[in-house]
Design a protein around this ligand. Structure first.
Ligand SMILES: Cc1ncc(COP(=O)(O)O)c(C=O)c1O
Length: 323
């Protein structure tokens, strides 16, 4: 099915997959492996590059001359979209939710370097701003292409179904579970559907970074049901999804001390950098499940590193605080 969707080459694939030996030893098993989608290449990488290879192919087919997307001021998706548009010689206009930063930092700094136009708005104004920009660019004959926040689209799901195949081709082992951060749920949805089709008993565990159960379930099910119908397979229900909500802390982008400890632990043990918004929370979830005895020592588990490095620098105060 993935092959029915056109794909461009924007990043570096397959991304590496390797073992985190020090962490595995520290917890006395299971064996922990990592899939490095933080190393997808384009403009500091991350999971959106995979999605954009399919999304931008669709934009190209529709002969759009400008890409519009929406996200938080700190959005990794916005930065990667800006990079993809730059590579393809297209204009890019980002509608960013939040106050315009006084100091250009993190993804916002990179959005501007990558040549995107940025409009910062309140959450309540985002939809209307997108609508009026779409109209403006339509009037200019640019045939604007809109990408939903986080690349939450069928193409995004297809991209992570393909990642499942990539993992299968690379891995010498069967994984008891694949663990990923859940933002808009697109990455989770693709892995979940990919594993459902393979049906080899591997679980896909999501760690929500902000959304509650109802919100995440709806996001995932809405995006996979049309594909499940197309494939003629049983429609998934909320109870089939395995997403944890215990690691959100005070909310999306909000931090708490255990998060800092895990980020420091993984950096000091493995030389792997995790961000406080996505990959740090996901890793905290994995480590907590290991500590609770969720996996046995002989099992292999795979952590999907979805990227997010540019925002590490925006959290310099949090990351250097001591309790
Ligand atoms: C670094 C990073 N990790 C994980 C996610 C979550 O991915 P998804 O929106 O597909 O759930 C995002 C974006 O939302 C992200 O930028």
């Amino acid at each position: 099915m993935q092959n029915d969707y056109p794909r461009l080459s924007l990043g570096f694939f397959p991304t590496p997959l390797h073992e985190l030996k020090n962490l595995s030893q520290l917890f006395n098993g299971p064996r922990i492996f990592i899939k490095r989608d933080d190393q997808t290449g384009m403009a500091l990488g991350g999971n959106k590059v995979r999605k954009l290879e399919y999304i931008m192919a669709d934009a190209l087919a529709k002969q759009s001359r400008i890409i519009i997307t929406v996200g938080a001021v700190s959005s990794n998706h916005a930065r990667q979209t800006a990079a993809a548009a730059a590579i393809m010689g297209l204009e890019c206009h980002l509608v960013l939710i939040g106050r315009e930063p006084k100091e250009s930092q993190g993804n916002y700094l990179l959005d501007n370097l990558l040549g995107a136009k940025c409009t910062c708005v309140r959450n309540s104004q985002a939809a209307a701003t997108v609508e009026s920009l779409m109209q403006e660019y339509r009037d200019q004959g640019k045939n604007p292409y809109f990408i939903p926040a986080g690349g939450h689209s069928t193409e995004g799901v297809i991209a992570y179904m393909h990642a499942c195949q990539e993992i299968q081709q690379q891995a010498e082992y069967d994984f008891a579970a694949v663990i990923t951060a859940v933002g808009t749920g697109t990455t989770y949805a693709g892995l979940y559907l990919g594993e459902k089709i393979k049906n080899n008993g591997s679980q896909v565990i999501g760690i929500s970074v902000g959304g509650d159960r109802d919100w995440c379930s709806e996001k995932v099910l809405n995006i996979i049901h049309p594909l499940e119908k197309q494939m003629g397979i049983i429609l998934s229900q909320a109870a089939d999804l395995n997403i944890y909500y215990d690691y959100i802390g005070p909310g999306y982008t909000k931090t708490y001390p255990q998060l800092r400890e895990v980020i420091k632990l993984v950096a000091s043990q493995e030389g792997i950098l995790l961000d406080p918004v996505y990959s740090g929370k996901a890793m905290l979830g994995l480590i907590d499940l290991i500590k609770q005895g969720y996996f046995n020592r002989e099992q292999n588990v795979l952590f999907l590193h979805t990227g997010g490095a540019p925002e590490i620098f925006s959290y310099n105060k949090f990351l250097t605080e001591t309790d």
